[in-house]
Design a protein around this ligand. Structure first.
Ligand code: NAP
Length: 236
């Protein structure tokens, strides 16, 4: 069986991707941080597909944990073919408001950890596909989530650099969601209200992201691309 590594795999988008891949027969290495109860539930659901799943509690703000993670997975699971970097924070502070800890944590978790995970994947696995989960904001200039936006723009560029450097053995692509899930704990009408600003006047569904993931996995000549799943919002 092939193995997929999914960071942020216990909840929401990461969880949906991990379950989707389990349904396709992938063993799953599932990285979580605070969602230990949710991770247990997700791991059980993944195993119910008849595949192996190993959970890993890691804090990806700590770069030594990020750098050693791929090795840990390789001790437990075989035939790794896919890395999905989905774990991220999303902190609403413009540049002036940005707390020192926000800046450091955001760049470490959303950019530097994927950098190290990708490099270890290339060094130790050296085949398959890396998918970095980005955001439609990489095409926009909205200062409200400043450190977050910088981290995702950096990750998009890193995706392109790695695709050029490693394309012979490892494809690297970005997947940029738009309005898919409301922020955690937000207004229940958030999606309906925000959809009014999307060109399609709808919000996306997780299934739309899973279709995009399937495309990136199947099309062997797509490398260094960012696939926007955002109803066209990145062009507004
Ligand atoms: N939701 C959307 O509509 C949307 C739109 C655009 C882009 N995105 C991107 O899509 C991805 C998933 O979004 P989401 O909304 O499903 O995410 P989310 O609900 O905000 O969850 C964040 C994920 O990151 C993990 N995480 C947070 N801090 C961590 C740390 N220090 N170490 C390791 N893991 C950590 C969390 O794990 P624990 O819960 O275990 O701590 C959780 O799985 C993110 O990259 C996000 O930027 C989402």
């Amino acid at each position: 069986m092939p193995t997929a590594i999914v960071t942020g795999g216990a909840i929401r988008i990461g969880r949906a991707m991990a379950l989707h891949l389990a349904g396709k027969g992938f063993d799953i290495a599932l990285l979580y941080h605070k969602s230990s109860a949710a991770s247990e539930k997700t791991i059980q659901e993944i195993r119910s597909h008849g595949v192996r799943c190993q959970g890993y509690l890691e804090d990806l703000r700590k770069l030594d944990e990020a750098e050693s993670f791929i090795n840990k997975v390789l001790q437990d699971l075989d035939n790794v073919e896919l890395l999905i970097n989905s774990a991220a924070n999303f902190i609403q502070e413009n540049i002036e408001q940005t707390q020192f800890d926000t800046l450091v944590d955001t760049l470490n978790l959303n950019l530097m950890a994927p950098y190290l995970l990708m490099r270890e994947y290339k060094r130790k696995v050296n085949k398959g596909l890396i998918v970095n989960i980005l955001d439609e904001r990489v095409e926009k200039t909205i200062p409200t989530f400043a450190a977050y936006s910088v981290s995702k723009v950096g990750l998009k560029h890193l995706t392109e650099l790695a695709a050029v450097e490693w394309g012979q053995t490892v494809r690297v692509n970005g997947l940029a969601p738009g309005l898919i899930l409301p922020p955690q704990g937000g207004d229940p009408d958030y999606l309906e209200k925000a959809a009014k600003n999307v060109p399609t006047r709808t919000h996306g569904k997780i299934e739309n992201l899973l279709q995009a993931l399937d495309y990136l996995m199947e099309n062997q000549f797509v490398n260094g691309e960012t696939l926007f799943v955002d109803g066209g919002s990145s062009h507004c």
